[in-house]
Ligand binder design. Structure first.
Ligand code: NAP
Ligand code: GCO
Length: 266
């Protein structure tokens, strides 16, 4: 097979959770460009309508479904509807996620649980819903969207770091438990990617100067820039394609070098 053919996804059905915008949308667009049929979900009709229009503008006939990934019954229905509309899920990207930035001692248990529910329990729920079909059909791909916080902590993100650290180990465990069925489960660990999830950390100050966190991240990133959702496209297609059939349990960090760097001297 010509090497570039290994990166094609023609005839495959890809589900990207939470792909109405942000990183999920960019990865779904890349998978579509590689030939996959795209299914995505989100929780609000308005986001769904906007996303469908954006996919259509890109020439992508994506199918959108309203589904809260923390709800097992809704996820079961989601997988059934995708099977009816597009065919069984060959590729799953567990991308949906939230963050709450609250000092741990001030965080309610309910807030901690909500982050863990969406960022860790939901990938378990959706993966569990697609793996039996993947086994029946001889294999599949699962990609979990991890984080710098799968490796590092920082103030105010205890729930998120616990969830994303757990997601790294869930990735390794799915790889271990189902690798024999030709299912590859890997992770993508984005660095600091400019999306609405962290827009508050990049807002210019009243005097027009950079947000301190913006300056902090630029000093911690060898590439000296925030990433864009499109920076993740290549890693997404690679881990969804036959080109990565012997890669399993790996988290591919797309972080501009943050994890390798002690940080620029002030
Ligand atoms: P975002 O812009 O906030 O998008 C999050 C997506 O998740 C939205 O589409 C949202 O849809 C969906 N979502 C949230 N909770 C959901 C639920 N319960 N059920 C279904 N959909 C749900 O975030 P992003 O920056 O694109 O991040 C996407 C993923 O990458 C997340 O897992 C995040 O932790 C991870 N990540 C982000 C960065 C970064 O720097 N941006 C870095 C590393 C990892 P609705 O709310 O409209 O339903
Ligand atoms: C934060 C940011 C990060 C990014 C990402 C880094 O508050 O530190 O939101 O958590 O979202 O996870 O990889």
């Amino acid at each position: 097979m010509h090497i570039l053919e290994q990166f094609r996804l023609d005839g495959k059905v890809a589900l990207v959770t939470g792909a109405a915008y942000g990183i999920g949308f960019a990865m779904a667009e890349a998978l579509a460009q590689a030939g996959a049929k795209i299914a995505f979900n989100c929780r609000s009709q308005s986001n769904m309508d906007r996303a469908l229009a954006m996919y259509a503008e890109k020439g992508i006939d994506a199918r959108g479904y309203l589904c809260d990934v923390t709800d097992e019954a809704q996820v079961a229905q989601l997988i059934e509807e995708i099977g009816r509309d597009l065919g069984p899920v060959d590729i799953l990207f567990n991308n949906a996620g939230i963050i709450k930035r609250i000092p741990m001692t001030e965080m309610d248990c309910a807030e901690f649980r909500q982050v863990v529910d969406i960022d860790l329990v939901a990938p378990f729920i959706v993966s569990k819903a697609v793996i039996p079909g993947m086994i029946e059909r001889g294999g599949g791909k699962i990609v979990n969207i991890c984080s710098m916080m799968s490796e590092l902590g920082r103030e105010t993100v205890s729930a998120y770091a616990a969830a994303k650290g757990g997601l790294k180990m869930l990735t390794r465990n799915i790889a271990s438990e189902y690798g024999a069925y030709n299912i590859q489960c890997n992770g993508i660990g984005p660095g600091y990617i400019a999306t609405q999830q962290n827009a508050v950390l990049r807002e210019p100050q009243a005097d027009g100067s950079k947000h301190p966190f913006d300056s902090f991240i630029l000093a911690k990133t060898p590439a000296a820039r925030w990433g864009t959702p499109e920076d993740l496209a290549g890693a997404a297609v690679f881990l969804a394609s036959p080109a990565s059939d012997f890669i399993n349990g790996h988290v591919l960090y797309v972080d501009g070098g943050i994890l390798a760097y002690i940080g620029k001297q002030p």
